[in-house]
Design a protein around this ligand. Structure first.
Ligand code: XMP
Length: 325
């Protein structure tokens, strides 16, 4: 029978046997897969692991700081923080089309990844949080005909685009490749990953950029980040975080009229998206108490400058998608 403890022991042994004294690079996102991977590898090979976190500028309020705090300070797993915020914003100037946004973000990610891995390298291996469903589905890897090893062609990052350049085709370490998501959570928990990461809601790789409909600017990022914070803060306070598959805000590019005190306002609406789902493939909008909707709406309009209206998305998936882009 499969036990988490046996898996961890055996995997650490396997990693050591494979990697020996070679260097491994890992792109950390703060999600449960890459975080579990970082903990496993750190236990297995210590300093020969380099974790890199590329901050695209599309994370939620406080998240990059929190990630550095948990890894660097709390668990003494050093993380190379790469501030690429300006570069990503520049790429997205004037871009409205959702697919183009994703593509540009994916390409820029690979660009930064390449530069930074050269700066920090050389590395022999790339650690990837590939899970069993990814192995079955994807053609992201080639098999080296000589050694039979899987070789990275693309980097698995939530970004589905962007091939790795030829001179960056690392050998792969993929210790999670036989696991399903719930098993990864168990493994993460058993090697000490904090619950806040183990049970975190899914978050798309392009982050808040695909929750800003229309052009992504730093001003609009700030508006969405503040609104999103209120959503998280309020459901947290009410002890409801784990009632949802995802809970977030979307910023619309239109404006509508409102009134605040004795002033007329003309500002943006926020869409509230509260989702129940088992696996993200199908999903329902959550039938939450009106009181919760009311509190969130009042708080957003009062606390977030630039927003004067909150609407609730009552579309399930299908026919809607969870994200708006
Ligand atoms: P949709 O919007 O297609 O989303 O119903 C289904 C689930 O996938 C997440 N999602 C992404 N995750 N990179 C990711 O890692 C992405 O580009 C991406 N787009 C959507 C979404 O948050 C939901 O959980």
């Amino acid at each position: 029978t499969w036990t988490t403890e046996a898996f961890v022991d055996e995997t650490i042994r396997e990693i050591r046997a494979k990697v020996r004294d070679k260097r491994v690079l890992l792109a950390l996102s703060g999600g449960v897969d890459s975080s579990t991977l970082a903990f496993l590898l750190h236990q297995a090979i210590g300093d020969n692991l380099t974790c890199m976190f590329i901050d695209q500028g599309f994370m939620r309020k406080g998240e990059p700081e929190r990630l550095m705090d948990i890894f660097d300070k709390q668990f003494h797993i050093p993380v190379e923080y790469v501030n690429a915020r300006d570069r990503f914003l520049k790429q997205l100037e004037g871009v409205i089309d959702p697919e183009k946004k994703r593509r540009l973000i994916g390409h820029e990610f690979i660009q930064v990844f390449e530069e930074e891995s050269k700066r920090l390298g050389p590395f022999d291996y790339l650690a990837q949080g590939t899970l069993y469903p990814d192995v079955i589905e994807s053609a992201d890897t080639n098999i080296d005909p000589k050694t039979g090893e899987r070789v990275a062609v693309k980097i698995k990052s939530h970004h589905n685009v962007g091939g790795l350049p030829k001179d960056l085709r690392f050998k792969l370490v993929e210790p999670l490749r036989k696991l399903f998501k719930d098993e990864v959570r168990k493994v993460g928990r058993s090697i000490g990953l904090p619950e806040e990461i183990v049970r975190r809601h899914p978050f798309p790789g392009p982050g808040l950029a695909i929750r800003i409909i229309g052009e992504v600017t730093s001003e609009r990022l700030n508006i969405l980040r503040d609104a999103d914070f209120v959503v998280r803060d309020e459901i947290g306070k009410q002890g409801m975080y784990h009632d949802f598959w995802q809970a977030f805000a979307v910023l619309l590019p239109i404006r509508s009229v409102g009134v605040m005190g004795d002033q007329r306002t003309y500002a943006h609406p926020i869409v509230l998206r509260l989702i129940s789902s088992e696996d993200g493939m199908t999903a329902d909008w959550s039938k939450v108490p009106y009181d919760l909707l009311e509190t969130i709406s009042n708080r957003i309009v009062n606390e977030v400058k630039g927003v004067n209206r909150v609407v609730y998305d009552i579309t399930s998936k299908p026919p809607g998608t969870i994200e708006w882009e």
